[in-house]
Ligand binder design. Structure first.
Ligand code: DGL
Length: 259
């Protein structure tokens, strides 16, 4: 038994979509969420830059006494997960899985769409996964240009958001994609808009965060790190930005605005 917090990290607000699933599945666990905020967005930074930022973030969560860290950022996972696991070898680290496998298994049309940041899409992890599971499937990957900025600026429910989402998804929808993977943790905040854009097309939108929460639970069991069943959880919010941003993290975490 270990009542220390689970650390959850993202470039900004996006990892709160994972935070929410972890909290739902593991209600007795304390959670310390670090949303960088100062260096967001990560999506078009170099791999080396993202690695250094992820190192600082995981180092901070380790110093805060976290017993396990979830890298709730596809971009940081793609750029740095092997590096982080080697450097923080005593700390179990969960990364984001591009949910290309379930999408390829479930497609009926044989076309799968993936939306993610540029840095995630040019990473080995995405290429390996797409090559492994997408052999008989057409995988169409597109960057969600501007999506992270929409979420960071609370612009999810605007006509501008709908225009940008429709533009990013037009090609994959025209080519018949019936499974669309959200490969960036910010994107589920745009779920309502994405559902409007895909309405009537028989499209399944896949948010990988529930699977990441399940993997976190498995890892807690494997390392024997579960909190006591009666433990009263504490929720902390950390950032490399300012107090106002930390307050935004807290508010967004508890808002019921994730579809
Ligand atoms: N939430 C991050 C991800 O999953 C967004 C990266 C960014 O800041 O561009 O990739």
């Amino acid at each position: 038994m270990n009542n220390a917090p689970i650390g959850i990290y993202d470039s900004g607000l996006g990892g709160l979509t994972v935070w929410r699933e972890v909290r739902k599945l593991l209600p007795e666990e304390s959670l310390s969420y670090l949303g960088d905020g100062k260096n967001c967005p990560y999506g078009s930074r170099s791999r080396g830059e993202v690695q250094a930022l992820a190192d600082a973030a995981v180092g901070r969560l380790a110093a805060e006494g976290c017993k396990l860290v979830v890298v709730a950022c596809n971009t940081a996972t793609a750029a740095a997960i092997d590096f982080l696991r080697a450097k923080y070898a005593a700390l179990p680290i969960v990364g984001m899985e591009p949910a290309v496998k379930p999408a390829c298994l479930h497609t009926r049309s044989g076309v799968v769409g993936v939306l993610a940041t540029e840095r995630s899409l040019d990473g080995d992890l995405f290429h390996r996964t797409a090559a492994r599971y997408g052999r008989d499937v057409k995988v169409i990957a597109r960057p969600g240009h501007g999506f992270v900025e929409l979420v960071e600026n609370d612009l999810e429910a605007t006509p501008e958001a709908e225009r940008m989402v429709a533009a990013a998804m037009a090609g994959m929808l025209e080519q018949g994609a019936d499974q669309i993977v959200l490969g960036c943790t910010h994107y589920p905040f745009l779920m309502e808009t994405i559902r409007r854009v895909t309405a009537g097309r028989g499209v399944t939108v896949i948010d990988p965060s529930p699977a990441v929460a399940r993997h976190t639970a498995e890892l807690l069991d494997k390392w024997n790190l579960r909190a006591e069943p009666a433990h009263r959880p504490e929720y902390r919010f950390l950032t490399f930005a300012d107090d106002a941003y930390r307050e935004r993290l807290r508010r967004k975490a508890f808002a019921a605005d994730i579809a």
